[in-house]
Design a protein around this ligand. Structure first.
Ligand SMILES: *[C@@H]1O[C@H](CO)[C@@H](O)[C@H](O)[C@H]1NC(C)=O
Ligand SMILES: *[C@@H]1O[C@H](CO)[C@@H](O)[C@H](O)[C@H]1NC(C)=O
Ligand SMILES: *[C@@H]1O[C@H](CO)[C@@H](O)[C@H](O)[C@H]1NC(C)=O
Length: 286
């Protein structure tokens, strides 16, 4: 029902303006300023004058941060480096969510694995409280070796997920076909690490090895300046929200196809066994 946070639901004047925007962006990202720890206080540590966030999961509790502001549309970028070595049973996430009942949510969830085995990037989309719209991928790099940029672009036309600028998934606005699309409720931005040993790794067969805890992930260089800040019904989209009408061009579609052909592991729209009474309507639109 609510955001999948792990604890609640285990599965669960152009030059002048340019100068100002340069000054704003040159501040860089400061986790202390823009995020609050909302779960597992002792396991969320901020270093390097706000530039680096460390989230851990120990036997008792994981950790989570939430953006202080809410946003209605935006491009949200974040660099992440996942737990090295043993990470089975853990989920490290970056997501946007409206909260509340009938929530809308878009997730990057990294499913950990046994030492030396690959992570799965699990993505899901909830609209009005209904999820089960998963796409899963293997990555073309080791996400524990270095930081990589994960981005969620959400505008009135589509939602696009990017890994290092490469589109991996698109959710189109198909309202014209009567399919709901998130357009009215503002989101918070979240990052978290939590235990989901009942399903995360090899379908839940491999459990968390607590002798290897704590499990730690690192986050840096978030960028929330390409998003519309929502304040009591008013939105401020900044100076030049060029992402607001962004859709995939021909080249990006080809890149997306490449990702899907080589790295897509699971697509709910092809899971006939699961949807015995017919695929969800959005799967039938080309
Ligand atoms: C955020 O993105 C904008 C537009 O791409 C860029 O100009 C700015 O430097 C970025 N800010 C940070 C902190 O990376
Ligand atoms: C959202 O779901 C609730 C019931 O769960 C329903 O009453 C409402 O009409 C739905 N809204 C939309 C926009 O689909
Ligand atoms: C873990 O590794 C196994 C074996 O390589 C693989 O089948 C599985 O998809 C990997 N990822 C997860 C999250 O289970």
């Amino acid at each position: 029902m609510y955001c999948s946070q792990g604890y609640a639901n285990r599965l669960h004047l152009v030059h002048l303006l340019m100068v100002i925007s340069f000054m704003v962006s040159s501040h860089g990202s400061d986790f202390n300023k823009d995020f609050a720890v909302t779960w597992g206080q002792r396991n969320a540590r901020i270093h390097d004058e706000g530039r680096l966030l460390e989230l851990s999961l120990d036997r008792e509790i994981g950790s989570q941060v939430q953006s202080k502001e809410r946003y209605l549309y935006g491009r949200f970028d974040l660099e992440m480096k996942l737990t090295k070595g043993e990470s089975a049973g853990t989920i490290t996430s970056f997501y946007i969510c409206t909260g509340g009942v009938n929530h809308d949510e878009l997730d990057f969830e990294f499913l950990g694995n046994k030492s030396g085995e690959p992570y799965i990037l699990h993505t899901n989309f909830f609209i009005n409280g209904t999820g089960s719209k998963e796409h899963q991928f293997f990555l073309w790099f080791d996400p524990t070796e270095d930081f990589h940029t994960y981005s969620i672009l959400w505008n009135p036309f589509n939602i696009i997920l990017y890994v290092d600028g490469i589109p991996i998934r698109v959710v189109k606005n198909n309202m014209e076909y009567g399919i709901a699309f998130p357009m009215s409720k503002p989101v918070h931005v979240y990052a978290s690490i939590w235990d989901a040993e009942d399903w995360a790794t090899q379908g839940g067969r491999v459990k968390t090895d607590w002798s290897k805890a704590p499990f730690t992930a690192y986050y840096r260089r978030f960028n929330l300046s390409n998003a519309c800040v929502w304040n009591d019904g008013e939105t401020d989209c900044g100076i030049n929200p060029d992402w607001m009408d962004q859709e995939l061009d021909w080249w990006s579609w080809m890149t997306l196809r490449w990702v899907q052909m080589n790295y897509l592991l699971y697509d709910y729209c092809t899971d006939m066994k699961r949807f015995k009474n017919g695929l969800p309507p959005e799967c039938l639109i080309l």
